[in-house]
Design a protein around this ligand. Structure first.
Ligand code: FES
Ligand SMILES: [Fe+2]
Length: 362
């Protein structure tokens, strides 16, 4: 089950050049990305309309793309503009083109109906090139259904256990306290204060305690926008446990995207860092290294979870109070998917499957 009318992260800016074709699969759609000579990014269906060979095995000819099976040539808008040895080009000789927006270091692609591609729906992420921030970017490939990765990010209680030696060190509160959860139009917001939490590896001194304002949004299809902010002890109480109105001591950035590729493969993009006023390049590098270590801990448990689920997909999960966020978000996704199925004007491409139990029995 996946939403099609949504912006998906396709790649980091550096991954797309005008010298190479970048194949990517997103929600079971094969796509090929490249840059035109004016620098803009093109996303075409990676499936020649002739014999369905991947265009990513083709050849760039200025801004056009030639299939290197039998030589059909396609313009950047997907129209076929040349068929070797055949003067007549049928109107149906075309591949689908997808709306693309490059914002900062993020390349977004709209997988649904092109007329609905509203760039105002792109979440407000921080770019690696933003001088106000020291940010590093990366990605991990998962052999797991994207919903399991979303669930993990929608319930950070796992920090106390999965990340007991990294991000959740000395912090049983991640599991012991519940965040305030608010439904957004296309996502969920989580907010809470942690009072008197010990220093982190990237901020504070051993033996000192801080108040941490922890707030993040999780937006369809799986975009995580987090800005944890550190304050002197006593701030949470002074704010009456409401959102802070005072300048923080330290702010980190975690912008991430969980992107479904197929039913069992996903790509996890992440940008990690802190404000330039808070972190040197060296500290940002260390934060990235440490956080990436934690992301491997997530990958380890989630891929193992997927293997167990696949042994008996009829087994149901049990919902606990941890799961308020994951359940709310799954409901939002389900509503959007059902709306797309009811839509009388079909979205091009494979129909969205109603396999609500694809990852597990829920
Ligand atoms: S498969 Fe592309 S031209 Fe034949
Ligand atoms: Fe995690």
């Amino acid at each position: 089950m996946w939403v099609r009318n949504a912006w998906y992260v396709a790649a980091w800016s550096d991954d797309v050049t005008n010298r190479a074709l970048l194949p990517r699969t997103i929600i079971n759609e094969p796509l090929v990305f490249y840059r035109k000579s004016d620098g803009s990014v093109v996303a075409l269906e990676d499936r020649c309309c002739h014999r369905l060979a991947p265009l990513s095995k083709g050849r760039l000819e200025q801004d056009d793309l030639r299939c290197m099976y039998h030589g059909m040539k396609f313009a950047a808008d997907g129209r076929c503009i040349e068929i070797p040895g055949q003067a007549f080009i049928p109107q149906a000789a075309a591949v689908r083109s997808f709306p693309v927006v490059e914002r900062g270091s993020w390349i977004w692609v709209w997988m649904g109906r092109a007329t609905m591609a509203d760039s105002a729906l792109i979440p407000d992420t921080i770019a690696a090139t933003d001088t106000g921030w020291q940010i590093k970017t990366g990605h991990l490939d998962y052999a797991a259904h994207y919903q399991l990765i979303n669930d993990n990010l929608l319930d950070l209680s796992h920090l106390s256990f999965v990340h007991a030696k990294t991000l959740g060190r000395n912090m049983p509160q991640w599991a012991a306290q519940r965040p305030r959860i608010t439904r957004l139009e296309r996502g969920v917001r989580f907010q809470r204060w942690f009072e008197n939490r010990p220093h982190a590896h990237y901020f504070g001194q051993p033996g000192e305690a801080y108040d941490l304002w922890h707030s993040y949004d999780f937006i369809v299809p799986g975009i995580f926008i987090q800005r944890p902010a550190w304050y002197p002890p006593g701030t949470a109480m002074r704010m009456d446990m409401q959102p802070p109105t005072e300048p923080p001591l330290f702010v980190r950035c975690d912008d991430q995207a969980v992107i479904a590729e197929t039913e069992r493969t996903s790509r996890y993009f992440y940008a990690v860092g802190a404000r330039s006023s808070d972190a040197t390049v060296e500290l940002a590098d260390e934060m990235f290294r440490f956080t990436e270590m934690a992301f491997h801990e997530d990958k380890d448990i989630i891929e193992a979870q997927q293997k167990v689920i696949d042994l008996d997909p009829t087994r149901q999960m049990m919902s606990l109070s941890f799961d308020a966020g994951p359940n709310l978000f799954r409901g939002i996704v389900q509503q959007l998917v059902e709306g797309e199925i009811r839509d009388p004007e079909p979205i091009p491409g494979p129909a969205p499957a109603m396999d609500l139990a694809a990852a597990q029995g829920n």
